[in-house]
Write a protein that binds this ligand. Sequence first.
Ligand code: F6R
Length: 608
Amino acid sequence: MCGIIGYVGVDEVVPVVLDGLRRLEYRGYDSAGIAVVGAGEIRILRAAGKLRNLEQRAYHEPLHGTTGIGHTRWATHGAPTEANAHPQRDVSGAVAVVHNGILENYSDLRAELIEAGVDLTSDTDTELIAQLIGREKGPLPERVRAILPRLHGQYAVVAVFKDEPDVVVAFRQGPPLVIGIGEDEAIVASDVVALLHRTREVLFLDDNEIAVVRRDGIELLDSAGDHVERSTETLDWDAGRVEKGGYRHFMLKEIFEQPDAIRNTVVSHLDAARSGVILDGLGFDPEKMDKIRRVHLVACGTSWHASLVGKFLIEKLCGLPTDVDYASEYRYRSPLLRDDTLVIGVTQSGETADTLAAMSLAKSQGSLLGTVCNVRGSSAWREADATILTQAGPEIGVASTKAFTTQLVAMLLLALALRKHGGGADELDTELVHQLQTLPVAIEKTLSMERATFRRATEMLSGAPNSLFLGRGILYPIALEGALKLKEISYLHAEGYPAGEMKHGPIALLQDGFPVVSLALNTATREKLLGNLMEVRARGASVIAVAEADSKAVDEIADLVLPVPHVHPLLQPIVAVVPLQLLAYNVAVELGLDVDQPRNLAKSVTVE
Ligand code: F6R
């Protein structure tokens, strides 16, 4: 939520910052702004709405300088107006800041500043940070350090100063900040995607640290003002992966990247003979693993759906009781945590505030803490004792696709590894490892499905304000995920439901033409699902079924079949979700909506 960038170097700062903001726009797109230090002052340009509005202003009102900050906003305090856009500055114009997060003591600080006679110009908590720094005197890091105890809540802040034109200062508590070190320049950003094209040498800022960033070096201080030594890391992501590469939308590109993303995730967790799963070197301490008797999976949104599939896999393959929780609920419900509990935070970004809080709760209670995460160096990656890194590469589309399918793969890898550790591996494991390696080909087949099939399905869904997605067993979470994909990018209401539950309420919705999307792959409960679909048809509703291409029984019931290849039942969720991703994408495009930046959403929910 909110994209932040800061630059200090030798290039003109405005194009650098605007370029960075373009790459960060998926984090928020309510308003945007930029501040440039030069000629003894800080000049600011801001605009409500998407980044292009700011770009137009920057074209007509050029600013020059080599130090600056920028922001793309997902509104929390205050409406998405120009006055509330970042950067915000103090009354004297000495400091300007951009901020991602929420100050919980906003009302108290605001009242205190008004009482002190400060003329506030916005409704934001961000302005309060600028005003507080602006009232401090003394050398630079001290001015910032002095106000940190006053800030309660979560913040990632980058600031520039009128009297220090060659410096940006960054500090955080919660939301991420990464500093890229290039030749004669440094860039601070809320995500590596904003700086990959300039440098791969990075340093991740930790909570309560202050970074004084100059073009020739970084000074890191802790909250006591003491120097912190930390070496940089070299990222292995390729800059080309954060471009659209000829696709109309990032989401479509990312759907088509799934075969590679899955291949890379599988290969990176197999032994040299590629016949078994290894978690060596990932932090899974064998002694601690011996103790594991229960598993908790905590996550939000799409990652929570992947966790539901994970529960099926871990319980079936390892016999370990597994609970799945929304991270936002888990952290407040006093979960029963012991040292025999493996807690896994499942998170694409590794920065989701609720998931991180749930993970740190588990750690504080002595549980073994793991993460299934897509971003090396992220907060989840750093917090966990053990990490299964998905190899999806950067995911820019707000609707998660390739991160989800690689999370499903990671869940299976985790289940296989736990099973092997418990001594339970047999020919089923060999079969699953083999199937995992052929899975990319199965996904490629699904991706090459006839366009005409999608055209019909798109017509059926795009004209209907409501739809129902049904699945059973391991495919029930895929019904939830299919409905979520449709909702978030097409703004059409869709409900995911276990098919057997339909009779207990949702059946009342059904009438002529009401679309029901079902996961009708060949499973142990398919007969029961087909029975549910007969009930759907009997009420005049239309059935779109995801099923294996040669499923006669499904052909007879469904109005339309979205075909997928045969795979092992435990891998079915991974192939079954792909047509639903494409369906949601096609519906949103048909409705003329902004697929990559759906309204009100932002990727990486770094506030609670
Ligand atoms: C939906 C989507 C979200 C995320 C959720 C968790 O398409 O992307 O529901 O899955 O915000 O994000 P991560 O996985 O980054 O913790």
